[in-house]
Write a protein that binds this ligand. Structure first.
Ligand SMILES: NC(=O)c1ccc[n+]([C@@H]2O[C@H](COP(=O)([O-])OP(=O)(O)OC[C@H]3O[C@@H](n4cnc5c(N)ncnc54)[C@H](OP(=O)(O)O)[C@@H]3O)[C@@H](O)[C@H]2O)c1
Length: 285
């Protein structure tokens, strides 16, 4: 079974690659980086860039299953379409597409709209598919070491309604099963954590784990925008701000049906946020 992992050098994809290797799959990873053309740790890295469709042939040739993860990008839809076209040309037998939980609830958010458009493209392609639809990652907090540890603030916009945040290791576990096992094609799988967390809950968990108080300040989107202005391009700030406003207004909350659906692909109970926080503090210290 030859599996091509797009996004295989990133946060989720690198764990998918490891999980596929553990299950004995033959794994190749497309990357724009220097490692393209090398073999390392049992993985073939092949140079390719979704912005340049003419570069995709070598990565896609002979592939049975495709992990399709698209990056945040001003033309994410175009990148996803290029991947689907290349999959059709190569005769790929299954696409597992990394989307977003309840994505249709916020089509005005640019990267949500891209996921919807790419999924339409997959449906039109006729290739058997599975979607993995994760909630907000626990691991987004790995970027918050300085505000949490040095300023005792939790600054990310989570809101009062809450997000059913999830560990990326659970997303990877579900993705590996969807890629390799039978019985998943045509299913849309929400991937969510065991509890819905508000901004106050998240800050409170960090505070408890640190034996102190972490103050939640995430609902102020102007402050958030000021804090990222020098780090992110304008289009990305606009996109993430629209998503954050959606979270503040509506949350991103799993239903009982979501848990029942997820249980068919995850294969174990979802990991707890508090465990992720404890591990992260130990690593930071
Ligand atoms: N963060 C969340 O809470 C969350 C929740 C639900 C869904 N999502 C979705 O998850 C995705 C991001 O996943 P992630 O955090 O694992 O990604 P990530 O760590 O940011 O990694 C991005 C990956 O995309 C690849 N890439 C970037 N530009 C590319 C291009 N032009 N052509 C080919 N590959 C390219 C990179 O490969 P190289 O650099 O090696 O080329 C890298 O492997 C997004 O679609 C996002 O909407 C995120």
């Amino acid at each position: 079974m030859e599996v091509l992992c797009l996004g295989g050098t990133g946060a989720v994809g690198s764990l998918v690659v490891r999980g596929l290797l553990d299950r004995g799959a033959s794994v190749r990873c497309m990357t724009r980086s220097e490692v393209g053309g090398r073999e390392a740790g049992g993985v073939r890295y092949i140079r390719g860039d979704l912005e340049d469709p003419s570069s995709l042939g070598p990565a896609f040739e002979g592939v049975d299953r495709l992990h399709l993860l698209t990056p945040l990008h001003p033309d994410e839809t175009g990148l996803g379409r290029a991947a689907v076209d290349a999959a059709v040309a190569a005769g790929v037998g299954r696409i597992v597409f990394h989307s977003i939980h309840n994505v249709e609830a916020a089509p005005h958010v640019p990267h949500f709209a891209s996921k919807i458009a790419i999924f339409d493209e997959i449906l039109s392609s006729g290739i058997p598919w599975v979607t993995i639809e994760p909630n907000h990652y626990f691991q987004n907090d790995l970027m918050l070491r300085e505000p949490i540890m040095e300023m005792q603030l939790y600054p990310a916009p989570i809101g009062e309604v809450g997000l059913t945040r999830v560990d990326v290791r659970d997303i990877a576990d579900a993705t590996v099963n969807a890629l390799l096992d039978d019985g998943h094609e045509g299913n849309r799988y929400p991937i969510v954590g065991p509890e819905t967390l508000t901004g106050e809950d998240v800050a409170g968990t960090w505070g408890d784990a640190l034996d102190g108080t972490i103050v939640y300040v995430g609902d102020d989107l102007d402050m958030w925008e000021d804090s990222v202005r020098d780090m992110l391009p304008g289009w990305m700030i606009d996109d993430l701000r629209a998503m954050s406003q959606h979270f503040l207004d509506h949350g991103l909350v799993a239903s009982e049906e979501d848990y029942a659906t997820m249980s068919h692909v995850l294969g174990h109970a979802p990991r707890l946020f508090r465990d992720f926080v404890d591990e992260t503090i130990a690593a930071w210290r």
